[in-house]
Design a binder for this molecule. Structure first.
Ligand code: ADP
Length: 189
């Protein structure tokens, strides 16, 4: 199995780009945010715990996410590949992911980091709030908090990944098609 890791701030368009790539690559798009929302909808005890973090714009604790990513890896070992959207988001999650694939027939094909300036992220968050029924999309305090947590927790995780592997920075400004072209050129589709 091959893995393409997608990272970048909230509202950077990761989900949109991953869905488009899923079709052209034949890899499954797996979003940890979507998995959390599915678990919430099932109203399982775990879903209820996750909701308390997700709805505030906070990160779900690493230990809970570890069980989720372990399941994702195991379920897809025999697949051609997956596009991982939303994991890893902390330095500890980077180590977890790499220890889980160590010794298995799994290769990280690319790491794509979509860059979008803060002002544009905030503008997009307001548009998304109007079209979304996600609880974490509803108020500007949560938007700002999610961007803040990205800077505090995920930015260092990206720097850490850059010290270990090749991470490709992609300019996330422009039309959806333009950004897809930039990514496709990088992963040589
Ligand atoms: P976006 O696409 O806007 O960045 P996601 O749908 O990926 O948002 O994630 C929504 C929320 O789910 C996050 O704010 C966080 O609470 C939780 N979440 C998703 N992935 C992770 C992760 N790897 N670690 C911790 N929390 C996560």
């Amino acid at each position: 199995m091959e893995i393409i890791i997608f990272t970048g701030p909230p509202y950077s368009g990761k989900g949109t780009q991953c869905s488009l790539l899923e079709e052209s690559l034949g890899f499954s798009h797996i979003s940890t945010g979507d998995r959390i929302r599915e678990e919430k909808e099932r109203r399982s005890p775990l879903g209820k715990i996750m909701a308390t973090y997700e709805e505030k714009g906070a990160l779900v604790p690493d230990q809970i996410m570890k069980d989720m990513i372990q399941k994702i890896i195991e379920e897809n070992l025999d697949e051609k590949g997956i596009i991982l959207d939303g994991y890893p988001r902390t330095i500890s999650q980077v180590d977890t992911l790499f220890s889980l694939i160590d010794g298995k027939n799994v290769k990280v094909k690319s790491v794509i980091n979509i860059e979008v300036p803060r002002e544009e992220l905030l503008a997009r968050s307001i548009t998304r709030a109007k079209n979304s029924d996600r609880k974490d999309d509803q108020d500007t305090t949560t938007h700002e908090k999610r961007i803040e947590i990205f800077e505090k927790e995920t930015r260092p995780a990206i720097v850490y990944m850059k010290s270990k592997f090749e991470v490709s920075d992609i300019n996330g400004l422009g039309s959806i098609e333009e950004i897809t072209k930039r990514i496709s050129a990088l992963i040589k589709i």
